[in-house]
Design a protein around this ligand. Structure first.
Ligand SMILES: [Zn+2]
Length: 352
């Protein structure tokens, strides 16, 4: 149930992520919905493209207007070589075309390793499922990718992932969606746009704090527009082995008065490598009873570990969404506590 971000939300999250945003012409209403009878959303991910053009003005205008054989908009945003992000649409746009449903499933589950399964079918329309960015590059394997451009592309992707509570695995290249495409194509001499490297950038951004932590402002009149959850708690917390306990992230109630939600809890912690963390979302009812989600398991690494737990669900307005965590050390009998140094929750909810 990921509803596309409104134009206002899009601007807010991009600026918060540090993007220099240029609003191009009537981008807020420029879309293909009316012409196709289809609608943008529900959304599941973001897709990276190269334009096969050079020059900012001509590339942005082409992406807004389209070509004689492919009506615009051709994407939602254009990343210029100087790092500016031009917004050209906030609705359905012609960028993804048909791709492989196995890839879509892998993106939704965010379950794959370094790359999603190789696409070999064109059986699914991606234009209503993916946000798309066209990045100015000739795509000839020689046109370099400036660091400032690739940084802006990654911030654009991270801003959207953060707003929806997605990880970097919701970011794919066009060539990972269909075997008919080669974009984005890396070239020597600049920044690396191979998708595993690009996803690593997005992951790094998502692990950091964006510009500020204020929730995205939404219009209360639009009740189908989701509200944002965005809280960070730098208070140190400990977990004794085997002890299930609700986690307070600036309070234990993550969401209240909602009908649906999509949230991710991110934790930074220290525990011996190879220890297990089990996390579980649950709905706390006024009478003290509760509904429990399934257990999500994560392994710790050496040094600091960064783990996340995600859940989408429906909830009653009187119930509050909470998250509990248990720690099981790598060596049984180890009595040392796990130390959580930072807790964060990100996501969206729909008001009851
Ligand atoms: Zn493409």
């Amino acid at each position: 149930m990921a509803t596309p971000l409104s134009a206002t939300q899009m601007k807010t999250v991009l600026k918060r992520e540090g993007c220099e945003v240029i609003e191009y012409r009537s981008w807020e209403t420029h879309e293909r919905d009316a012409a196709t009878g289809l609608h943008f959303g529900p959304v599941n991910g973001v897709m990276i493209h190269h334009t096969v053009t050079s020059g900012t003005d001509g590339s942005v205008s082409l992406c807004y207007n389209g070509r004689s054989d492919l009506p615009g908009p051709l994407c939602h945003a254009v990343a210029a070589k100087d790092g500016r992000i031009f917004l050209v649409s906030n609705g359905r746009s012609n960028h993804a075309g048909s791709g492989d449903d196995d890839v879509l499933r892998a993106v939704i589950a965010e379950s794959y390793g370094s790359t999603p399964p190789a696409p070999n079918e064109q059986n699914t329309d991606g234009n209503d499922r993916f946000y798309g960015i066209e990045c100015v590059n000739l795509g000839n394997g020689r046109d370099p990718w400036p660091e400032v451009q690739v940084d802006a592309m990654a911030r654009w992707a991270a801003a959207i992932c953060r707003a929806h509570g997605w990880s970097e695995k919701s970011v794919i290249g066009h060539k990972e969606w269909t075997n008919q495409k080669i974009d984005p194509r890396p070239s020597p001499g600049g920044a690396d746009v191979s998708m595993p490297a690009f996803r690593a950038r997005v992951k790094k951004l998502l692990a950091a704090k964006p510009g500020d932590d204020v929730p995205i402002v939404t219009n209360p009149q639009e009740d189908d527009v989701p509200q944002t959850v965005g809280r960070t708690d730098d208070g140190q917390k400990t977990r004794a082995p085997g002890d299930w306990k609700a986690l307070s992230i600036d309070g234990v109630d993550i969401v209240k008065g909602a009908q649906a939600y999509s949230v991710t809890v991110h934790l930074a912690l220290k525990a011996p490598a190879g220890s297990t963390l089990q996390g579980r979302f649950y709905h706390h009812r006024p009478d003290g009873s509760r509904w429990k989600g399934s257990i999500i398991e994560r392994l710790t690494t050496a040094g600091s570990s960064f783990v996340d737990f995600h859940h989408d669900g429906d909830i009653k307005s009187a119930e509050s969404l909470r998250f509990e965590l248990a720690y099981f050390p790598a060596k049984s009998g180890d009595t040392a506590e796990a130390v959580i140094t930072r807790s964060r929750v990100r996501g969206l909810y729909w008001k009851a």
